[in-house]
Design a protein around this ligand. Sequence first.
Ligand code: UNU
Ligand code: FES
Ligand code: FE
Length: 440
Amino acid sequence: MKDVSKLILEDGAVQDRRIYWDQDIYEQELEQIFARAWQFLAHEGQIPNAGDFLTTRMGEDNVIVARQPDGTIKAFINSCPHRGNVVCHADTGNAKAFTCAYHGWAFGLDGALATVPLEHDAYYDAIERPRYAMHPVAKVESYKGLVFGTFDARAPSLRDYLGDMAWYMDTFLDVPGGIELLGPPMKSILNCNWKVPVENFIADGYHVGWAHAAALKAIESPLSPLAGNQAYDVNTGLQVATRGGHGFGVIWDAAAAIHPEGGAFRDWLAKRTPIIRERLGEWRSRFYNGHWDASIFPNCSFLYGTNTWKLWLPMGPHNIEVWTWTLVEKDMPAELKQMMVATNMMTFGTAGMLETDDGENMEQCTGSNRGWVTRRGKLYSGMGQVREGRHPELPGIIGKGIVCETSNRGFYRRWAELMSGRSWEEVAREPRSAPNREVA
Ligand code: UNU
Ligand code: FES
Ligand code: FE
């Protein structure tokens, strides 16, 4: 294993550019991160009934996620244990069994090998079927409807893995009726390293006024004054890095800000806020009205408010597939849900105005490291490091204002911890506390 101890320096603020380019570092990510960490698979509502399934990826491994007759969810690798053919070619559907197109092995909803053509005549009944189940995803667990999986049986529980990020996410997960992810997901390809969009969503309030200047003006949103950083109140909001590499930034009172037809959404928020305050308290009712940019380690991101929900699926060191759903509250009226979908398509869909602003930057941030000398340089995300600290009421490390790189640093500290190959226990034994400085 490669010694990665020098790739992330200064408490997460300095990154070696080779982490965005080198094949051997990428291979180590597949092993130490994607084969170990919990990854987002689905929302339970996408596969409500027995036999419902969908296919997705964990790292570069194709997986089938299937609702079992007993209501639980199982996942397994979508590759036939006979000669390796892809078994299921559908994105989603309902099945009684999964049958391989090559020689006809058939597997149950739990991935067990159920029938083998010519089993008696050609195998002489000597095949030990339990040995040829489809490779299981070691653990599949849900948090308030969000389903995650890990290939590592020794991984902590999903609840422990999400840590304090779960407390923050309850803001929109723990609403009456819960949430839905509306699909089918829009899918596109970007020629960038998977970490670049994760950075953008976890921490990058800095780019919003600049990279999205034209889009913000065109949308004529309450955030339009940010265009070109003309009137960007960087102290509105805050940024959070929670232990485990997750994090987000929030702009207060901006949940509906980039919806051109945001009126119905604002009405909805106003109506629901007292209920959220009652259930979750004052802070979460404030977060409920804010606009968030967020990432769940390693590769799931979302913008609460704009309500885009994304997976950045790695396809080699310089390529990803982007999957985009729309997050809505289940109890929202149908027209409001439709408005959320339309805005998401217009802003962060495949050809979305803001998605294309970001996509171009993300590809160039990755591609410039093709240069051998360039690649030997470093990048800097030290913004706000001298001001971040603890908060009397909020968990995690708090950065002051939305324009800040606190959660970027938290992401890279976790990246470095897992990339070193240390066990979950070793990593957990080193909790990093917030700098001893109060950030109100
Ligand atoms: O691009 C973003 N992450 C963003 C855009 C965040 C907030 C408002 C608009
Ligand atoms: Fe699947 Fe042969 S490769 S039955
Ligand atoms: Fe952006």
